[in-house]
Design a protein around this ligand. Structure first.
Ligand SMILES: Nc1nc2c(c(=O)[nH]1)N[C@H]1C(S)=C(S)[C@@H](COP(=O)(O)OP(=O)(O)OC[C@H]3O[C@@H](n4cnc5c(=O)[nH]c(N)nc54)[C@H](O)[C@@H]3O)O[C@H]1N2
Ligand SMILES: Nc1nc2c(c(=O)[nH]1)N[C@H]1C(S)=C(S)[C@@H](COP(=O)(O)OP(=O)(O)OC[C@H]3O[C@@H](n4cnc5c(=O)[nH]c(N)nc54)[C@H](O)[C@@H]3O)O[C@H]1N2
Ligand code: SF4
Ligand SMILES: [Mo]
Length: 698
């Protein structure tokens, strides 16, 4: 029997796992109590890593779509055809005629994280997209404007705080996002054990709300109003205290000006939270020994995502809860993405705008909400060919169904993926990657968003088969073929080693070898104040009041008034939810994760169900401006009246796909109902939350 230690790389939590195996046979997958970050926590998905490894539905050789169906081809044949077709299309229509979409697993894969850049450079197209704009783009934009770098993300010091306000995040299920916090439930319980408070603001009484000191229902998309009213209260009651940040901030007087009029009384009706409660939370935050406001998906994937993330930072800063223990802090990872970023680098946000909807480009990417129209709308600059790399936008993008016709209309498409699914079935060639247990792993991104500084390298547990390629090998080969050049002999391990040896812990001898010598990982300690070194603005100060946010405030003022016309036809506000036993759209092919009661239900309030004549076990039709679906109802009082919820990541019932286990519990895709025209106009991020829908019984 052998024991292998590694990190689970499915979600952001970076849990340490211990795998007992006899050769290829896995005996057990358990938490690794010696992992300094996760300290013995895992979730059911880690155990499923073996299912993805063995999955008979997984693609294991390059496949080409022909009139007789899918045919296996050699890697050489695949790369030659792809480079020929792509260069042909670029010669005919221009380099930007080939688009690329990179999905969530790229961020969880050492090789992809390091090699995507090279691939994009070889492709040379401005039409790049990723799941970030269906997710955390407002976080990056706020960091960009306020701290001078999109990757300068502050995370809650959850292990030391006395007061945590969670707005639109469900870390008990997600295990933390833009806040890697393996074992989040325990960390939240510990706040209460220390005598602290946890307050959750969410239209649903979530699993996190159940552990909190207090939960307050909020009407979807009204969080920016709540935040600005709290800031208004703190300023007008003279409770603001920049403390150690006194000389580290510019723009405070503009903030004082900007929040005028947004009083607790003024926002109470719109938010659904009483003025008294708003005053109470604001005063509690201001008076707690330490406090942190943490806003996540609920706050970022909505029409006010940009403002929400700006105001969250402002709240933490003006109460002095920034860059100090128990507040919002910058991690200092061993491989540092901020290394080499010069202070005062020009902000490229909005340097280009998308051709059809004029959405801003951030970090060389356009928002995913605009992809379908960029493919479907004829004219100069139209996208004619696509790469999808570890992404399933047909199920994950807003208005995802549009992408079915969009992908069908392409002249050529390539997918780098492990499954034949709703997206990859449109490809001409699928290039299959290794995954999970076959790859070497180091978390390039999530150590930058983690609540404790640690470092860990996982070696591949199984050697890949001779005909298999890692994601990075595929990306590198594509780049080399496109540029007609030889292999440079580089590997992710070499790049990682160089990064570690020149990174923040170089004086402690940090290197790949050091990580290999410590298979459980290395503890680099709790988060420490480091603003002066991490901030990248030209004057070295936090920019508290960037113009783009101030200019968006008249729109927020309008949100105080009653809802739009569309609510008359579509009276309910739809939100999504995440489930403990699935990760986005791709883990549903593990039998152990999908067994049991179908999870893809419509959650609605008892009184709404009564009014609609719906009872337990009934099916309801949900209609939006873009489509309709039918699904079973789940009636309870854990959701605000007027709000309904559907899980994201489901809908595996499509023809010509091959995820056989997933198809036994297909569910529906929430993104049949979401609308690609619904975005946060400031950042271009998808606005899933609050999608207007109508419900009827069937
Ligand atoms: N309505 C609604 N929509 C949402 C969300 C929501 O909350 N509500 N959430 C959004 C969020 S936060 C995100 S991150 C996105 C995710 O959006 P996507 O990234 O587009 O979706 P995933 O399900 O993560 O897709 C992963 C794809 O990669 C493949 N894959 C898995 N592992 C590997 C691997 O190791 N290598 C390769 N090459 N391929 C692999 C899978 O087969 C699948 O096709 O969805 C967004 N969509
Ligand atoms: N088990 C599991 N874990 C995951 C994932 C998964 O699919 N499954 N996906 C991973 C990914 S890619 C991500 S990005 C993270 C996301 O991590 P989280 O953001 O923690 O997860 P969500 O469940 O999307 O939480 C969003 C919360 O916002 C609430 N909400 C919706 N609309 C609003 C609103 O308008 N205002 C407020 N205040 N709240 C609102 C929802 O009810 C929900 O509770 O999770 C990661 N972890
Ligand atoms: S919480 Fe995330 S990283 Fe931890 S075991 Fe589950 S899926 Fe893996
Ligand atoms: Mo995400």
């Amino acid at each position: 029997m052998n024991t292998h230690y590694r990190n689970c790389n499915i979600c952001e939590a970076m849990c340490g796992i211990e795998i007992k195996h006899k050769g290829e046979e896995i005996i057990s997958i358990k938490p690794d109590p010696k992992d300094p970050f996760s300290r013995g926590h895992i979730c059911p998905k880690a155990v499923a890593l073996q299912d993805f490894y063995k999955d008979p539905d997984r693609i294991r050789a390059p496949m080409k779509r022909t009139i007789e169906g899918w045919q296996e081809i050699s890697w050489e044949e695949a790369f030659s055809e792809i480079s020929r077709k792509i260069r042909g299309i670029q010669a005919k229509y221009g380099t930007d005629a080939v688009g690329a979409y990179a999905g969530n697993p790229n961020a969880h894969n050492l090789g992809s994280a390091l090699y995507l850049k090279q691939f994009y450079k070889a492709l040379g197209s401005k039409n790049r997209f990723s799941s970030a704009s269906a997710d955390q783009l407002p976080h990056h934009v706020a960091s960009n404007y306020m701290f001078g770098a999109g990757m300068a993300i502050s995370v809650p010091d959850i292990d030391n705080t006395d007061y945590m306000l969670i707005i639109g995040g469900n870390p008990v299920v997600s295990n933390g996002s833009m806040m890697s916090a393996a074992g989040a439930p325990g960390r939240i319980k510990d706040i209460k054990k220390r005598g602290g408070k946890v307050v959750v603001i969410d239209p649903r009484k979530t699993e996190t709300a159940a552990l909190a000191t207090e939960h307050l229902f909020i009407r979807p998309e009204k969080d920016a109003l709540l935040l600005i009213a709290m800031i208004n209260t703190i300023i007008s009651e003279d409770l603001a205290d920049l403390g150690h940040l006194q000389n580290a901030v510019t723009g405070y007087s503009e903030v004082i000006e900007a929040v005028q009029g947004f009083t607790a009384d003024a926002v109470a009706d719109a938010t659904g939270i009483s003025a008294g409660k708003i005053l109470e939370i604001a005063r509690d935050i201001a008076s707690a020994p330490s406090a942190v406001c943490y806003s996540r998906m609920g706050a970022s994937t909505q029409t006010f995502g940009g403002l929400c993330l700006w105001l969250t930072n402002v709240l933490n800063i003006i109460t002095g809860n920034f860059d100090r223990e128990g507040g919002a802090m910058f991690p200092l990872p061993a491989l540092d993405l901020l290394q080499g970023v010069p202070k005062g680098r020009p902000n490229n946000f909005g340097r280009y705008h998308s051709r059809i909807s004029g959405l801003p480009n951030n970090h060389s990417e356009f928002p995913i909400a605009t992809l379908a129209e960029e493919i479907l709308t004829e004219g100069e600059g139209q996208i004619k060919a696509m790469f999808t790399i570890a992404g399933n936008p047909v199920l994950s993008a807003p208005g995802g169904d549009e992408l079915t016709s969009a992908f069908q209309s392409l002249e050529y498409m390539v997918s780098v993926d492990i499954y034949l699914n709703e997206t990859t079935k449109h490809a001409n060639i699928i290039l299959p990657a290794t995954t999970g247990l076959e790859i070497a792993h180091y978390d390039v991104f999530f150590n930058s968003f983690a609540v404790r500084n640690t470092a860990k390298f996982s070696q591949p547990m199984f050697t890949k088969k001779p005909n298999q390629k890692h994601d990075w090998e595929i990306l590198k080969a594509l780049s080399n073929y496109l540029c007609d050049r030889e292999d440079d002999g580089m590997t992710p391990e070499i790049m990682l080693d160089m990064g570690l040896k020149t990174g923040p812990y170089k004086d402690q001898g940090m290197s790949l070898q050091k990580l290999l010598d410590n298979p459980h990982g290395i503890d680099l300690g709790p988060l420490k104040p480091c603003l002066a070194e991490r901030i990248k603005t030209a004057d070295g100060k936090i920019q508290l009041a960037p113009k783009i946010y101030l200019n968006d405030l008249p729109r927020l003022k309008n949100a105080l008034n009653s809802d739009s016309e569309v609510r008359k036809i579509f009276p309910f506000a739809m939100i999504g939810r995440r489930l403990a036993r699935s990760h986005n759209t791709w883990t549903q092919n593990s039998r152990r994760l999908v067994k049991g009661k179908p999870p893809c239900t419509l959650q609605l309030h008892t009184l709404d169900a009564n009014n609609l004549g719906l009872s337990k076990g009934d099916k309801a039709k949900v209609r939006s401006e873009t489509g309709s679906v039918i699904l079973e109802v789940d009636i309870n009082d854990n959701i605000l009246q007027g709000v309904v919820s559907i899980p994201q990541g489901w809908g595996h019932n499509h023809e010509n796909t091959k995820m056989n286990i997933a198809a036994t519990q297909p569910g529906i895709s929430i993104n049949t109902l979401t609308n690609s025209k619904r975005v946060d106009p400031l950042t271009g991020n998808a606005a899933f939350n609050g999608t207007p829908v109508a419900i009827e019984s069937v």
